[in-house]
Each structure stands twice: as structure tokens, then as C-alpha cells.
Write a protein that binds this ligand. Structure first.
Ligand SMILES: [Zn+2]
Length: 421
């Protein structure tokens, strides 16, 4: 056995260890590495740190080997969060015509490799064209001209994005337009750009739409019934929405800590603070909600007058319901709901309030929770919930529901600044 083989053998052993680690999330080894090197993401997304740890660098190397051989296997789609978990190196099964993320992935990977093969200045370029030429002579491909527009050669970028028959699909999507300036060199380049976008489901949207466009192209090619081009976007969005909704949400977690200062959520989460205020002199009440990201930036604030109920807890429960509705309306997925009402936070997270006056409101709140992929309920001291409190009080001076998506009124912005600094 030569030296090279020993090195490879070691790599294989290490890779096997990393594979085990990825599937035994409770192991001490996994937890130690997670806490130290990738507390906020999966091992697949962990970045090289400045650490000198030889073990960690070796693990990252082995992780990259695993990544190369990895595809998504979705199964019935019920237990997988789209960006995390349960990856198996499997042969892809034949398409059954149903939406499978694995197929979308397969398409993208295949397109990317064709693009790489056809990219200029590649050593294998001539091999690629020779093979294509052979195919043409065998009448497998009559011509490389796109069948839809009959004007340009059909490569992946043309077929999926820029063909004049396909371009209308993308016109409506501002996020797509911003990705094609400057113009991508090839499909692989464009795909890569999307893979860099971490949030707002952009890579998933891009994959689902291109998958739908590709299916439509094949349906037309083989004379099958095809979706009208104007419906592609809507159908693709619905597929993605169904897929996300089919994920079983994690059970809501309950956090209780005596904190006096508002803390931003960890990256990838948003925090929704809510509160109620009672205006006894006018026999009315107000509800306040504020949504902030990990930088403390406002993603949406709400102030709304409400009817005064019999107990403070009832009003706090209503504020909670409004907060959860607001978060659902904003299409948020990973959310921490936070309030200074320990009663409501524990009732909602544990579902033990059937006989209380606010039991039905808590039921309504819990009914909405499956629309989030991850939910945490957190209790904080009053001083950590000041913005929601001020928003609730503001309801005494306004008529109807007020929502501020970015810029906040001065009085509220001042309190937010107090929170963040
Ligand atoms: Zn075309």
C-alpha cells in the first residue's frame, strides 16, 4: 500500500466519522463541535473559522467530500426542512411527474454541468462539441436551435431564462432581474449567484420556477399538454408553498429568562414582541406588535385599538393572537414570539389553558403555528418589551389599525434605539 493510498484511506475514515456525526445530532462529539464552530447553522453550511483546531479543519475537509457526493432525498417531504437535515447519497429515482426537490436539484446540477462543459476556455469544450456533432449525425438532435423561438441556440441559460418565450415568466420577479445584472456568463454562474442568497427562499423559488419551465419545455417537445407560460409562476409558487407547509413544524419551544434588556434574535430568526395596554378611562385597549431581525431592524410594527376584555390576561392573549397573525401575514418562517406576560407565553407554548377565559384565543394562536417552520415562545421582563408596550399605548391616540413596514414614527423609533444600543 503506497503513501497515497494511506492518505486516501485516512480521508475515507474521517469522512465516515463526519457522516456519523451528521446523523447523531445528540452525540457529545457533535454537540461540542456545534457549540464551538457552527452554533447557528448546520455542519453543511459551517465556514472555516480562524481557529487553529486541526480536528475541525480535517472535519471541514471531510465534510466537503460528503457535500460533493450529496443530493437531496425528500421522501414524502413531511420531515425535512428545505435547507437542513437528512441528506442521503442515493441514486435519483425516475421522475413520477410529481414535484420533487431532488428532481429540481438534479436538473440544476445537470444544467450546470452542461454549462460548464460548454463554457468558453474549457479544456473539454472540444470533446463536448464533438459528442454533440456525433449526436446530430445520429439524428438524436436535429439542430441546436431553440424549438420555441426558433432563433437562438438552446443552451440551459436560454431554455430556462432568456428565450423570448420564457422571459415573461421572470419579468414579474424583481429579485430575478436584480440577479441578471451584470448578465451571467452561463447557467452555472447564475445558479451560483442564487446559491449565495441565504434568505427569503430565493434559491428555492429559482429552482422551482426553472424546474417548471424545464418540464414545460419537455412537454412541448414531446407533444404533451403543457402549462400556459402565464401560469408557470403561480403554479411554481404554489408548489413551493405546499412543500413548505407540508413540513412538520418543530414543537414550539418555551424560553423563560429574567432579562431586563431586549435581545435581538439569532441569525435566521426574527423576533416578534407583543403587548397589550388597557385604557380604563375610555373603556378600551390597544395592542402593539413589532417584528425585528437579528440586527434589530424593524420588519413591521403594528398598533391597533381593541375592545376591553374582562382580564389583563385576555388582552395579552389577544395581543399574542394579533402578533401571530401578523407574522403569518408577513410570511415569516422562523419566529421567536416574546412578551412580558408569563401566563400567556406558558399557556400558548404548553397548550394548558382550556378552562381559562382566554383558552379559545390560545387555541386560535396554536391553530396558526403550523404555518411557521420553527416557533419559540419567550418570556422577557417589561423593560425588554418596551417597544411593543409603547405601540400598544399608541393605539389610544389612533383610529383603526396602523402598520409601519420600515420607517417608524419618531416616538417609536426612539424606543427602538434604546433597545438596540
Ligand atoms: Zn428560444
Amino acid at each position: 500500500m503506497g503513501f497515497k493510498e494511506i492518505k486516501k484511506f485516512n480521508e475515507v475514515l474521517l469522512t465516515k466519522q463526519v457522516w456519523r456525526m451528521m446523523h447523531n445530532l445528540d452525540s457529545l462529539c457533535f454537540r461540542v463541535f456545534k457549540a464551538r464552530f457552527f452554533p447557528n447553522c448546520s455542519i453543511l453550511d459551517a465556514k472555516d473559522s480562524n481557529s487553529d483546531s486541526y480536528a475541525w479543519k480535517s472535519i471541514l475537509g471531510a465534510r466537503d467530500v460528503i457535500k460533493k457526493g450529496m443530493v437531496w432525498r425528500i421522501g414524502n417531504g413531511q420531515s425535512i426542512w428545505i435547507k437542513e437535515d437528512k441528506w442521503l447519497p442515493v441514486k435519483l429515482s425516475r421522475s413520477t411527474g410529481e414535484f420533487r426537490t431532488s428532481n429540481a436539484y438534479k436538473l440544476l446540477a445537470a444544467s450546470a454541468s452542461i454549462e460548464r462543459a460548454s463554457a468558453p476556455n474549457q479544456a473539454n469544450q472540444s470533446t463536448f462539441w464533438k459528442r454533440l456533432w456525433k449526436m446530430q449525425r445520429r439524428h438524436i438532435v436535429e439542430s441546436d436551435v431553440c424549438e420555441l423561438c426558433k432563433s437562438d441556440p438552446e443552451d440551459a441559460l436560454h431554455a430556462l431564462c432568456f428565450c423570448s418565450h420564457v422571459a415573461p415568466v421572470w419579468l414579474a420577479h424583481q429579485w430575478f432581474q436584480s440577479m441578471i445584472s451584470p448578465p451571467p456568463l452561463n447557467f452555472y454562474d447564475l445558479l451560483n449567484k442564487f446559491m449565495q442568497v441565504g434568505d427569503e427562499l430565493r434559491p428555492e423559488m429559482f429552482a422551482t420556477i426553472t424546474w417548471s419551465v424545464w418540464n414545460r419545455r419537455n412537454a412541448l417537445h414531446f407533444g404533451r399538454e403543457a402549462l400556459p407560460i402565464a401560469k408557470i409562476s403561480v403554479v411554481a409558487c404554489a408548489l413551493l408553498h405546499d412543500f413548505i407547509n407540508s413540513q412538520i413544524p418543530e414543537a414550539p419551544l418555551f424560553r423563560r429568562a429574567v432579562r431586563h434588556q431586549w435581545l435581538p434574535p439569532e441569525q435566521g430568526f426574527v423576533k416578534v414582541n407583543f403587548d397589550a395596554a388597557l385604557f380604563k378611562h375610555t373603556n378600551s385597549a390597544g395592542l402593539g406588535v413589532i417584528v425585528r431581525d437579528w440586527r434589530g431592524a424593524n420588519l413591521g410594527a403594528l398598533s391597533v385599538p381593541a375592545m376591553l376584555s374582562s382580564t389583563v390576561a385576555d388582552m395579552e392573549a389577544l395581543a399574542c393572537l394579533r402578533a401571530v397573525q401578523f407574522a403569518a401575514e408577513l410570511d415569516l418562517y422562523r419566529v421567536i414570539f416574546e412578551s412580558d406576560s408569563a401566563t400567556i407565553i406558558s399557556a400558548v407554548s404548553q397548550g394548558t389553558s382550556k378552562l381559562s377565559s382566554f383558552g379559545n384565543i390560545v387555541d386560535d394562536v396554536r391553530h396558526l403555528l403550523p404555518s411557521f417552520s420553527s416557533v419559540i415562545f419567550s418570556h422577557v421582563n417589561r423593560s425588554g418589551n418596551i417597544v411593543a408596550d409603547v405601540l400598544a399605548k399608541k393605539a389610544s391616540s389612533i383610529v383603526g389599525c396602523h402598520i409601519w413596514m420600515e420607517a417608524l414614527p419618531l416616538d417609536i423609533a426612539e424606543v427602538v434605539n434604546f433597545d438596540v444600543h
